[in-house]
Design a protein around this ligand. Structure first.
Ligand code: LLP
Length: 446
């Protein structure tokens, strides 16, 4: 029964990113099943999945083609290791990933979450320079308010004070350049972009010989509040890295697999990074598989006689899991069959038009969108752009209201997140945006 599950949940489950003291005072939402873009709780209530189960669902839930891919693979083998041996889905998926990612990324290193994919990229970048004999190139550049996951390496290149500051003493230090946050920069988009490029150029001109790589959330910085870069910024950053011999790591964990309207955000500005991390939507949102892609140049620095000890000594037990790789392949097949990218672009326009009615509301500061990745920043004073006080929990309250009205989402501070499954129809997007608008209006104007 619900009561039993709720009691056990309270007794034994410690939830991620959750203050348990608050959580334990509420009736927990317990999901039983999913169908299309909706999730159903154990009491039979339906909710739109308005944040794609933390930004990863692509084709909806309980998709026959994806279910079938897993059962087919299950008839063969659920798991075998990739340490020193291979399996069929891992090979086929590597080939597909190389085909669809930016030109030049030819090698695929698997892991199981966005954070592990980032750890791998960081360690590869570090050891790349080590193996090439440039042992002084060992620090990293990241961007203000960056988020790359919660393991120690990923936290070291993280820059969200609330999440990361407590761990500072146990982390390696990174250089932080400002992220171009146009809404909160006095020079607007142009000024914000210039400040970022200037900071990066200054840093590279003085310190490139001690820097291994720059890591960036391309085009959209996610966890900081869905902040979209000004046009051309990523392209210029990539160019500066190339000129100064610093590797570029693109963290496409949130932006990858059609979310922005291109397969990858890097495609929006024709950028080819040296290392690229993918996760989340890779399996359509079904199973935990991530991958770090590398160029031949990076791979080549590790390719040596055994005695030279240039091997990349890294791997996880479930690396290259056959069930996960099989469902990823099926998901990528659906991308083509269903013309997903074109769909995302037209649905993005549809959604933008729907949300435009919110622009004039007194507490809607900015609506930011790239493809079907949307953040709505609420402000206490629209004229001065004064943020709501942390204690007002405006984002939390708005998300709670949305849940009452039938849609799930999770806020990022004062930013309301709307990241629907890419497969949502216009009718579904229409209903979801109505719930979104109603909850924002009721909470901020009620
Ligand atoms: N990189 C990026 C750009 C991400 O957005 C994420 C997760 C990761 C890496 C880590 O991937 P993972 O290890 O989770 O598979 N904490 C926020 C939401 C973060 C969104 C998830 N992004 C919240 O409390 O809602």
């Amino acid at each position: 029964s619900y009561e039993r599950l709720a009691a056990l949940n309270k007794s034994h489950v410690w939830h991620p990113f959750t203050q348990m003291k608050d959580y334990n005072n509420e009736d927990p939402l317990i999901i039983e099943r999913g169908e299309g873009v909706r999730l159903y709780d154990v009491q039979g209530r339906a909710y739109y999945d308005g944040f794609s189960s933390v930004w990863l669902n692509v084709h909806g839930h309980h998709v026959p083609e994806l279910n079938q891919a897993i059962s087919n693979q299950l008839e063969l083998v659920a798991h075998s290791t990739l340490l020193g041996m291979a399996n069929i889905p891992a090979i086929e998926l590597a080939k597909r990933l190389v085909d669809i990612t930016p030109h030049g990324l030819n090698k695929v290193f698997y892991s199981d979450s966005g954070a592990t994919g980032v750890e791998i990229a960081i360690k590869m970048a570090f050891q790349y320079w080590h193996n090439k004999g440039h042992r002084h190139k060992k620090s990293f550049i990241t961007m203000g308010h960056a988020y790359h996951g919660d393991t120690i390496g990923a936290v070291s290149v993280g820059a969200i004070p609330l999440y990361h500051d407590v761990f500072r003493p146990m982390l390696f230090q990174s250089h932080i350049i400002p992220y171009p946050y146009a809404y909160r920069h006095e020079g607007g988009a142009e000024g914000a972009k210039e400040a970022t490029i200037r900071a990066l150029r200054d840093l590279l001109e003085t310190k490139a010989d001690e820097i291994a790589a720059l890591i960036v959330e391309p085009i959209v910085q996610g966890a900081s509040g869905i902040i979209v870069m000004p046009d051309g910024c990523l392209r210029e950053m990539a160019e500066l890295c190339r000129v100064h011999d610093v590797l570029l790591i693109a963290d496409e964990v949130a932006t990858g697999f059609g979310r922005t309207g291109e397969m990858f955000a890097c495609d929006l500005e024709n950028v080819t990074p040296d290392l690229m991390v993918v996760g989340k939507g890779l399996t359509g949102g079904y199973l935990p598989v991530a991958a770090t892609l590398a160029t031949d140049e990076v791979y080549g620095a590790f390719y040596a006689d055994y005695e030279e000890q240039k091997t990349f000594f890294h791997g996880h037990s479930y690396t290259g899991n056959p069930l996960g790789c099989a469902v990823a392949l099926a998901s990528l097949r659906l991308f083509e069959e269903r013309n997903m990218l074109e769909g995302v672009r037209s649905k993005a326009i549809f959604t933008a038009n729907k949300l435009a009615t919110l622009k004039d509301r007194p507490h809607v500061g900015e609506i930011r969108q790239k493809g079907l990745m949307i953040g709505i920043e609420l402000v206490s004073d629209k004229g001065t752009r004064e943020p709501y006080e942390w204690g007002e929990r405006i984002g939390v309250r708005t998300s709670q209201k949305a849940r009452e009205l039938g849609m799930l989402t999770r806020p990022l501070g004062n930013v309301i997140v709307f990241i629907p499954p890419l497969a949502s129809t216009e009718a579904e997007l229409g209903e979801m945006t109505e719930i979104l608008a109603a909850s924002i209006i009721q909470v901020t104007e009620g």
